[in-house]
Design a protein around this ligand. Structure first.
Ligand code: NAD
Length: 355
């Protein structure tokens, strides 16, 4: 068993809970990386993994990522994550969700869950029947925090892109700045709309080509194939689809000054941050620029816990701090010569008492 504690992905997690419920067939992992800043917060992923080791690795990495993301967003929340191991048919039953809710409740608030891949708002409502340590529940009125986090994530990315353009290109306006957006879903679509309002020139791509084409028509941009978007000559490449796109091949293909987008885990391996820097490309660390969604989710949870409603104005005020954090990271990176991803990791580690 010593091997497990020595695994790099374990990274001194405070708690890793293996859950099995015979009656419902639920098998899950709940990982709490750090509660230094507050309860470990992060969504639940419902996914079919090739084997349990892959599920464990995913859960641990995501959980640590949440510690960093929440700390850098200035939230009084730690980091955690859960995965429910789905079978090949991905069968999800109300009994499984109830058993999962019981498991979350059993941790007494050390872990707070929300939606992630494969889990819907309705699933979270079901989980909330068994535990109060849930967020991402339906919004209860206009101006109330909660609901779909996508627009808040998009707003933070838009502000982050503006900050990057100011830092790298010395331009205060986005007018005429060319942004290539990969993925035009909830986040990428929102980012593109905000950029268009400021007069940015847009090139858009999505594997759902009709989606990219209709957004391009709406925003007077250009739609290109998803194979060519990373090589588009532009000022800003904004990844808003998949993770691990910044690998050797992806970085070599880039023809931009800035990478700033919402996809999680954009760097394929840690050394790819340095490779971007070596090419003179300014990188906005993903978990810093894409924190708008968790800011919304956490605000909703904290307000409900304190018996009040969260306010959208509070969420926006916190999201508006994202550019300042990015600027601090880039300044430190410029003065130290250390790549921005490593600077961000070091700042986050300090914030969670591990610096
Ligand atoms: P989404 O499913 O709404 O949109 C993703 C889009 O990417 C889809 O339109 C899909 O067709 C497209 N896509 C998938 N593979 C592609 C490829 N190879 N090339 C081009 N397009 C491709 O998801 P979303 O909520 O917009 O999330 C996008 C990314 O942002 C994900 O990595 C997600 O983890 C991350 N993220 C989302 C939030 C949020 O609040 N929704 C918060 C933080 C991070």
């Amino acid at each position: 068993m010593t091997a497990f504690w020595a695994e790099p992905d374990f990274d001194a997690h405070e708690l890793v809970q293996l859950v099995h419920d015979r009656a419902s067939g639920l098998t899950a992992i709940i990982a709490v990386h750090s509660t230094y800043c507050g309860p470990g917060a992060g969504g639940t992923r419902f996914w079919h993994y090739e084997n349990p080791a892959m599920a464990m690795r995913d859960c641990l990495r995501l959980s640590r990522g949440m510690s960093y993301k929440n700390a850098m967003a200035g939230l009084p929340m730690g980091g955690g994550k859960a995965v429910i191991l789905a079978d090949e048919q991905r069968i999800k039953t109300p009994e499984m969700l109830a058993a999962f809710g019981d498991a979350v409740e059993g941790l007494g608030g050390r872990y707070v869950t929300a939606e992630d891949v494969g889990i819907t708002e309705a699933d979270m409502v079901a989980v909330s029947q068994r535990t109060a340590h849930v967020s991402g529940l339906p919004v209860e009125g206009n101006g109330t925090a909660g609901g779909d986090p996508g627009p808040f994530t998009a707003y933070g990315i838009y502000l982050g892109i503006k900050a990057a353009v100011r830092h790298k290109l010395g331009r205060d306006s986005l007018s005429g700045v060319h942004v290539a957006v990969q993925g035009t879903g909830s986040v990428g679509g929102g980012v593109a709309r905000l950029l268009a309002r400021d007069g940015a020139r847009l090139t858009l791509a999505d594997i759902n080509e009709a989606r990219a084409a209709s957004l391009a028509a709406e925003l007077e941009g250009t739609a290109v194939s998803s194979e060519s978007i990373m090589a588009t000559a532009c000022d800003v490449f904004s990844p808003n689809a998949l993770g691990a796109i910044l690998d050797d091949t992806g970085i070599a293909a880039l023809d931009c000054a800035i990478v700033a987008g919402g996809a999680n885990n954009q760097l394929a391996r840690p050394e790819h941050g340095e490779k971007l820097a070596a090419r003179g490309i300014l990188y906005a660390p993903d978990y810093v620029i894409n924190a708008g969604g968790i800011i919304s989710v956490a605000t909703e949870y904290l307000a409900r816990r304190d018996g009040r409603m969260g306010d959208v104005a509070d969420v926006n005020a916190r999201v508006e701090q994202i550019p300042g954090r990015l600027e601090a990271i880039w300044q430190e990176s410029d003065s130290s010569g250390v790549s921005s991803d490593v600077v961000a990791d070091r700042m986050a580690q300090k914030l969670i008492g591990r610096g």
